[in-house]
Design a protein around this ligand. Sequence first.
Ligand code: DP6
Length: 360
Amino acid sequence: MTEKDLIPSAYTNQVDKGSFEWSAPSNIALVKYWGKKANQIPANPSISFTLNNCKTITKLAYERKEDTNGISFDLLFEGQPKESFRPKIEKFFERVAGYLPFLEEYHFTIDTHNTFPHSSGIASSASGMAALAMNLMSLERELNPAMTDEHFYKKASFLARLGSGSACRSINGSVVVWGLHAEVEGSSDLFGVPFTGDVHEVFRNYKDTILLVDKGEKQVSSTVGHDLMHGHPYAERRFAQAHDNLSAIKKALTEGDVSAFIGIVESEALTLHAMMMTSMPYFILMKPNTLEIINHIWKFRQDTGIPVCFTLDAGANVHVLYPESVAVEVLGFINAELLVYCQNNQYICDEVGTGALSLY
Ligand code: DP6
């Protein structure tokens, strides 16, 4: 499939007014996307667990308007107008306009909220862009009822990617690959695809407890961080490593090899942050408590043999990953030893989930 296949031919149906509602989850990358080319094309393939509880819920109301000069929308966050979110949505609409020719024909009201606490330091761009993309595809399907499910989901992921790269992995569950990889059939730089290999039982209901270390605004956005991979001294080697790690984690996921999984996931998290520290200008997003938590996890794993590990996204929070079978022990450990490193003792319990859900 190429970008051209995602530009619709004439629509067969007409609708004037209505609304849709979708929830879309966050996702946590196991092999990280860090570095991109023009038009949101990733520099390397990535793979993620789709989450279940951290979600954005978005209602999109549409009404045909008289004029067709420009995109018009109202934006509500938690029921209130939210001016600060508008530029991101405007940019998204501009990027997707060529693929959704109906956009200028309607006035939209976007009403959105998250299930996770406000300013928890959890990025809502992945779930937010995914939920909006699903709604827009619902409208396109009204205009073209012959659309297949396959096209619907692929194009939703494609649109979400244009909003925020990692958002393309928030459409489907439960393990998603984004970016062309020699060993993943159907993989594409244009959209995320569900991992088609067997996922061993141990990984099917994997837990992700997100420790909220720092809820403040990040000093360096992901978009700026990606940009710093241009001309980065280790970039090419890093991109090649991501291909190798994706092959290795694919095998671990299929075989249920938790210890190989842990080695890849933790190395990926630290490599991501190493890329930040070796960018020019360089920066550090981890906080002292991030390192405290990592060291405690390593000690606990060594002392008990319980297969718990961590990963990080572009921030200070720590995602603690573990099989469901050891959930009681790990939650006991988190409460006893890690809570003191969390801001206001806060953490969020999540787990592998199934992807976006329609609520209409
Ligand atoms: C560290 O998807 O937030 O979480 O495409 O610029 O919106 P943009 O970046 P974004 O980057 C996410 C980076 C990451 C790793 C990952 O999710 O793979």
